[in-house]
Structures are given as structure tokens and as C-alpha cells.
Write a protein that binds this ligand. Structure first.
Ligand code: SF4
Length: 284
């Protein structure tokens, strides 16, 4: 009997990234000079597709007359948006609606007089974008280890929002610690639904399959995270970037293979690898 290949429902692009790429390609298709601040996702194939479509990556804004600027799925701070408009760019906002919802909550909480706390990666664009919606800078907590305990004790009234891709278990641990310190704390679990599904699958699939394949670029942090969780649950977990990385030896005695992919991996790469695995499994 051949191997069974089980592809995760959440493998690859999330809804927000897919939407942003489609919007970028559609905008480029209409002609004009189209720009993007930084990379849309951490994946070489996607970046090359975007570049071939004529979209240029820039590191900083300059004169923007007759130029279109696409805002990425992770969103941006109000100052950057204002500056882009002031410089003359036509702005196409591809910010994920779920990130926009986090912006809305953060602003509303600040209006209520609460200090906004963001649980997320200090260096991530999404966190800068959330913090950049506020008048007063947000407190950013990325891990319980770097928890600024003394600073927290002074805060009487606060609200917590979460970077959309954070690990829910880690978030709940931090919120429990905050609740002991801040008398009036409101918590909004803004980890998005696609991320929750991804997390649920990566905690279940390595236990249900003999072997796990995690597809994604070496530069993708979320692919690395998926791989690490998978490996902690099933030693036969492998991270691959293309079908060339697959080694036949891995499949000795294997009956079921679970396949997932980071949020920046395009569908074409996933399908190519699944086809390669099906061939190994002796299926059409
Ligand atoms: S909020 Fe979720 S769906 Fe939207 S871009 Fe981020 S990870 Fe993707």
C-alpha cells in the first residue's frame, strides 16, 4: 500500500497575504509606476513574481508624484501614510482587514483612557503599524522573559491587543501575568482566525502522521516556527524549500505524510511538492 499524503487546510498564504498580492498584481496590471515599501512576503518566488509584474521595492519614500504606493498586508503607521500622501503618492491600501480591526480596537481603547499593550514581536512591521495608530506609544511585550514588570505596576487601566500571528498559548500566559499587576485590564485576543487554524493543525498533524514536511523559504520566520513546533512533536519533521530538498531515504516505513507550509509559501510550490510526494507514494 502507498503512502497517504495529508495536506493541511491552512498550508500556504493566509487570506490577508493572498488578498494583498492579488491587489498588488491587479494594480501593476493597470500600468503606471507602482512601489512597495519593503518585501510583501519573505519568499523568493513571490518577490520575483511581483518584480516581474513591474512593482519596485523601495526602502524609503521619496517624491511621489505619478507614483502608486501599495501598503502591505501588515499595515503601516499613520505617519507613513500621511507622509506618502503629502509626497504625492496615490496610496493603494492592501492592509489586511483583520489588522485594520486591531488598529480600530487600539485607537478606541486609547480614547477610553487605557494604556495600550501589544503582545508581539517588537521589530515586526505589524506591531509598528498598530503602535503607529496611537498618540501615546504602546507598551510592546514580546515574551514573558523580557516582561517589564516594574513598569506595569504603575499602569492602572490598560487594554491588550495581540499581533495577529502570535502563539495563543504564549499570549494567554502573558495576559495571566498582566492581570495580576494591572487592576483594570481589558484583553482582546486579536490572533487572527487563519493563524489559529494553522496553530491547531501544527499541534495535531505531527502526532497523527509518521512524517511531516514543512514547506517554506529559509528566510521565513513563520515557516521556521512551524518546523520547530512540528519537530518538538515528531522527530521525523523536515523543512523544504523545493522538491529538490526531498530525500527518498526519509520515507522508509512511512505510511502517512503530513504536509504544511508557511504563510509566505505560494500555492504553486506546495502543489509541486505534493505532486512529487504522490509520485513517491506510487500514485498518479
Ligand atoms: S491578520 Fe491573519 S489573515 Fe491577515 S495578513 Fe495577518 S496573518 Fe494573514
Amino acid at each position: 500500500m502507498g503512502m497517504q499524503i495529508n495536506l493541511a487546510k491552512s498550508a500556504g498564504f493566509c487570506f490577508g497575504v493572498k488578498r494583498a498580492i492579488d491587489l498588488a498584481l491587479k494594480t501593476a496590471g493597470k500600468g503606471g509606476r507602482v512601489y512597495m515599501l519593503g518585501d510583501i512576503v519573505h519568499n523568493e518566488d513571490v518577490i520575483s513574481k511581483i518584480q516581474k509584474a513591474g512593482i519596485k521595492k523601495i526602502k524609503a519614500l521619496s517624491a511621489g508624484r505619478d507614483k502608486i504606493l501599495i501598503l502591505r498586508a501588515h499595515g503601516t503607521c499613520i505617519q507613513t501614510l500621511r507622509r506618502a500622501r503629502h509626497l504625492g503618492y496615490t496610496v493603494v491600501d492592501a492592509t489586511c482587514p483583520m489588522v485594520k480591526e486591531i488598529h480600530r480596537i487600539a485607537k478606541e481603547m486609547e480614547k477610553e483612557g487605557r494604556r495600550v499593550i501589544i503582545i508581539g514581536d517588537k521589530k515586526h512591521d505589524e506591531v509598528h503599524g498598530i503602535s503607529g495608530q496611537l498618540k501615546k506609544s504602546a507598551v510592546v511585550i514580546d515574551s514573558i522573559g523580557s516582561f517589564p514588570l516594574n513598569r506595569m505596576k504603575k499602569i492602572k487601566k490598560a487594554a491588550v491587543v495581540v499581533q495577529s500571528t502570535q502563539d495563543t498559548e504564549k499570549v494567554l500566559e502573558i495576559v495571566a501575568a498582566l492581570k495580576r499587576l494591572i487592576p483594570e485590564l481589558r484583553f482582546y485576543n486579536t490572533v487572527c482566525r487563519p493563524t489559529r487554524i494553522k496553530q491547531e493543525e501544527i499541534r495535531r498533524m505531527p502526532l497523527e502522521n509518521d512524517l511531516m514536511i514543512i514547506i517554506g523559504s529559509k528566510t521565513s520566520a513563520n515557516t521556521k516556527r512551524l518546523y520547530e513546533i512540528s519537530r518538538s512533536l515528531n522527530k521525523r519533521s523536515y523543512r523544504v524549500q523545493s522538491k529538490k530538498d526531498i530525500t527518498p531515504d526519509w520515507f522508509r516505513g512511512v505510511k502517512t505524510v503530513g504536509v504544511t507550509a508557511g504563510a509566505s509559501t505560494p500555492d504553486s510550490t506546495i502543489q509541486e511538492i505534493v505532486r512529487c510526494l504522490r509520485n513517491k507514494a506510487g500514485r498518479p
